[in-house]
Structures are given as C-alpha cells and as structure tokens.
Design a protein around this ligand. Structure first.
Ligand code: AKB
Length: 314
C-alpha cells in the first residue's frame, strides 16, 4: 500500500515546495496539503487541500482518519522575528501542534513524522563556528526555546514510545516561490526581489553578519532523503545539524552585483540584529553526512544564478 501524507502549513515558504516534491514522489492524490487559510491559490488548486488549524487536535486527527494518513510533515510555525512580537502565540502554535502530531503517532493513528527544528536552538554561549551536533543550546528567542524544547520532546517520544520522528535544524532557507515570513534570515530572499525591482536594498542586518544558509532545493532534498533513510541508520532523534553555505549580507550583495552592476545596498540593523548575533555563523553537519549521506549542491553563486533567473521569469 502506498504511503499517504499530510502536510500541515503547506502554504508557507518550505511547505509550498515540499508539497510539490512529495507529490512528484508519492503521487498527487497521496499528498494532502493543509493550511489555516487558502492564501496560496496555486498550491490550493494543485491537488487535495484541507483547511486545518495546526492547533486543532481534532481537525488533524479527523483528516488523518478520513484520508488514512500514515505520515505528517508539520511545517506550521511562528518564526524568530514574529515570535519576539507574539511570544505566547509562538509558544502556543509551535508546541501544541507538535504535541498533537506526536500524540497521534504514540496512539498509532499515524506512523511517521517530520518536524523542522532550526539553528535558532543555539544561543550566544554556543560555539559560533562549525557548531557541533551536540553542544551548548541556550537560545535567547521564544522561537529558539520552542525548537529546543520540541527537540527534547521528539527524542523523548522516540525513546519512550518508539515514535518515528525525524528532524533537521534548518538554517536560513532561500527560495523564489513562496516568500518567507517572520524570520531573521528573510533578508536573504528579500534582497533578490529588491535587486531586480528597485536596484537597491536596505538590509536589516549589518554587513558582516555571517549566518548558515541553504538554497531551497537543498533543503527539500535533505528533507526527503532523511525521511527515506532506513530507521536504523539514524543516530539522532532530536534534530540533525544541517549545513550548506554561510555568508554575510555583503557577500550576497556582491554575488548579486556581479549580475546587476548598478545594484546598491545600505545597512539599517533593527531588533533582528541581536537575534542573528546570537546564532552560529557556520554548522558542523558531519553526523547527517555520515548517517544518511547528506550533501548539498548549491553554493552562493549557483544560488544567485538560480534566484535571479527564476525571479526574472516570473
Ligand atoms: C528564522 O530566521 O527565524 C528562520 C530560521 C533560521 O529558523 N529562517
């Protein structure tokens, strides 16, 4: 019998492209996309879609039973910058949605879960470069706290109840389809749009802020490969470090300027600077590389080429 999947938060930046990829792999009718609203009409019209609030346990459970779902990808979350503005809402959404899917797996309604964590689990006391898989995690954002606690619960449910939950600590993700919303790394998407539209960009982080980043195609590849890996190869049930590239706003500016010579940038750091300063600048993902052969494909210039080509064609 083929696997049936539910994606919660399918209209978001990662959910949109993950849904497309999973439909290619598993067949359109085997992948139910869901979100709290129908804001992304292309996605909504691309196959089975349900309106589901990730905080509503019964709505998720009914959907799983009605569609005989065995695997959930829980992509709904409030990110780092929005989480600082709405701390209780971030806690409520990020934690309760995770408990809902963990408990559906614990009680046998579903078999497998993908839940994204983030580099936001790290904080100012974490080693900043080549941050190891196992290290100090003292996050200073609400979002980071929810991801760190979520990781502990994932490992707990795996150890105590045998739940097959798999997770990646995503770095900043850069893509040209759906826009990101409410993150600290969002500048690295906005900059491409502004370079093409206005030939100038005002960056909310300072020029030398180096952060771990990844092109969307690599993030989707990592997610599908981790979910396809044999269970007995996986040594991490909290969340895997994952890395591709690290760059600063100045680096990405120069990469774009090579294609758009008149492009200019100014820097006006805001409250997101403190969040970025608390995160690592590069990540050691050797455990992911060893356990499930993770390898990234895109460096900064290859990503810039893809971003500009696709945005120009829109
Ligand atoms: C954010 O900036 O909040 C996210 C993340 C790194 O998890 N993109």
């Amino acid at each position: 019998m083929s696997s049936k999947l539910l994606i919660i938060g399918a209209c978001g930046q990662i959910g949109t492209e993950l849904t497309t990829k999973l439909r290619e792999i598993h067949g359109t009718d085997n992948v139910i996309a869901s979100d709290i609203n129908t804001r992304n009409l292309d996605l909504v019209n691309s196959g089975p879609f349900e309106i589901i609030d990730a905080k509503n346990f019964n709505a998720i459970k009914d959907c799983c039973i009605n569609h005989k779902i065995d695997t959930i990808y829980l992509m709904a979350a409030l990110l780092s910058a929005t989480g600082e503005k709405y701390p209780m809402e971030a806690w409520d959404l990020n934690m309760n949605s995770l408990f809902h899917v963990l408990n559906l797996a614990k009680t046998g309604v579903i078999k497998k879960i993908f839940w994204p964590s983030s580099i936001a689990v790290f904080g100012p006391t974490t080693p900043k470069t080549q941050t190891p898989q196992h290290t100090i995690c003292e996050p200073t954002t609400v979002y980071g706290i929810t991801k760190q606690v979520g990781e502990r619960w994932c490992e707990y449910y795996h150890e105590k109840y045998g739940v097959d939950v798999r997770s990646i600590r995503y770095p900043g993700i850069i893509s040209h389809k759906a826009m990101p919303g409410g993150g600290t790394t969002d500048y690295a998407v906005e900059i491409y749009h502004e370079a093409l539209k206005h030939k100038s960009y005002t960056c909310f982080l300072s020029e030398n802020t180096s952060l771990p980043m990844m092109f969307m195609d690599d993030a989707i590849k990592a997610t599908t490969e981790l979910m396809a890996a044999p269970s007995n190869h996986l040594t991490i049930r909290s969340s895997y470090n994952l890395s591709a590239i690290s760059f600063t706003p100045q680096d990405i500016y120069e990469s774009i300027k090579a294609h758009i010579p008149e492009f200019t940038i100014t820097y006006q750091p805001d409250f997101r600077q403190a969040i970025a300063d608390s995160w690592p600048s590069s990540i050691d993902d050797s455990v992911a590389r060893n356990d499930w052969n993770w390898q990234h494909d895109f460096d900064l210039d290859a990503m810039t080429h893809e971003m500009l080509t696709n945005l120009r064609n829109k």
